[in-house]
Design a protein around this ligand. Sequence first.
Ligand SMILES: Cc1cc2nc3c(=O)[nH]c(=O)nc-3n(C[C@H](O)[C@H](O)[C@H](O)COP(=O)(O)OP(=O)(O)OC[C@H]3O[C@@H](n4cnc5c(N)ncnc54)[C@H](O)[C@@H]3O)c2cc1C
Length: 388
Amino acid sequence: MTDPFPPLIRTSLIQAAGDVAHRIAAPLAESVDRDGHWPREAMQALGVNGLLGLHVPKRLGGLGEGLSALAQVTEVLGKACGSTAMCFGMHCVATAVIAAKATPLQEERYLRSIAEGRHVTSLALSEPGTGAHFYLPRATFRREADGFQIRGSKSFVTSGDHADSYVVSTVAPGAELDPGTFTCLLIDRHTPGIEWGPVWNGIGMRGNSSRAATLNGVQVPEGNLLGREGDQIWFVFEVVAPFFLVAMSGTYLGIAQAALDLAVSHLQQHRHEHTSERLAENAALGEKVAEMWIQVERTRRLLQHAARAGDEGTPDAAQALFAAKIDVADTVVAVTNTAMTLLGGRGYQENGKLARLMRDAQAAHVMSPTTHLLKGWLSRSVLGLPLL
Ligand SMILES: Cc1cc2nc3c(=O)[nH]c(=O)nc-3n(C[C@H](O)[C@H](O)[C@H](O)COP(=O)(O)OP(=O)(O)OC[C@H]3O[C@@H](n4cnc5c(N)ncnc54)[C@H](O)[C@@H]3O)c2cc1C
């Protein structure tokens, strides 16, 4: 029988990601979390290893990979450091948005630099006024002689004030309520008029520098329009949603696997004096490990299936992708919780790695598209209704 899940991408690529995760992201994860430090070292190492160009076409020096590679690389990184995986994931989504309809100028200016590991990008879609409905921006753009002027507010911009550019969603004045008419523009980091909000101080993902930004008449050149004016609903469902869902799913799957690994190692190492038995030998605890393993592996298989369906463009791809992110959020919250129970008072007392994994896990349901929204989209898709 043929393996339904043969190796999806070059092993060398996963090895390179694993090397960065092991040598740089994992050892720094504690200080990234404690100090709210943006994971510059890991992002640089990902760049040196060509991984920032994961979704840049090969003809521009990138790796030309798709969703399957993204699922695996973000899992590897998420296992080592959630914040690093989040920053890398948002960079990948924004890169995919740029690459989807890049002009020759955008290819030379942005995609080549990304492939060379010299440029980190990110995504500024969410806004305080529309929250989870990230496809309803209120930031407006005004056309000018040689470009655009943007005004508005963005919330939770991952890698805020660290990335070199930001994919920003905007609408023409008066088009705020039509979800089909928004326009994405690429803003360079040091463009005058960007005012960053307070430093990110979330309960988890503490290194991801997810900051608010006010855009006070930011001038963007004509050449930084992504695609055509008003065609961004295409980007939402063809690019943003698939890449976002896979990047987040991979990240949270990695966190769940790390929690499972911690629980296993605790049960293997800890021994009670009164019985001289290792906790691993206790059947009730073993049952919990079995349940966690099933949850993690089932989620991984669903994610791999969804990513592959997305790469191949099969008709059920969107449903599988929605389901994967819904499932991983349930899995990571449940598995980190159960791991905390298995580590007992010690796990609770330490405020160590497992506490970080638990805190990082909590954003899984509220990262867009949120679980509530996805369940709505999935049910509407299954029922044959329009998504929005
Ligand atoms: C760590 C972190 C990093 C992030 N990075 C980025 C980024 O890089 N770029 C970016 O654009 N955004 C980013 N976000 C924002 C994220 O994707 C969500 O848009 C945001 O978390 C939504 O939160 P809110 O409180 O504003 O949503 P709210 O809209 O206030 O939602 C609150 C809750 O209500 C639910 N809800 C809302 N509306 C409905 C409805 N109609 N029906 C049912 N339930 C509903 C939501 O699902 C959610 O659970 C980030 C968020 C976090 C926490």
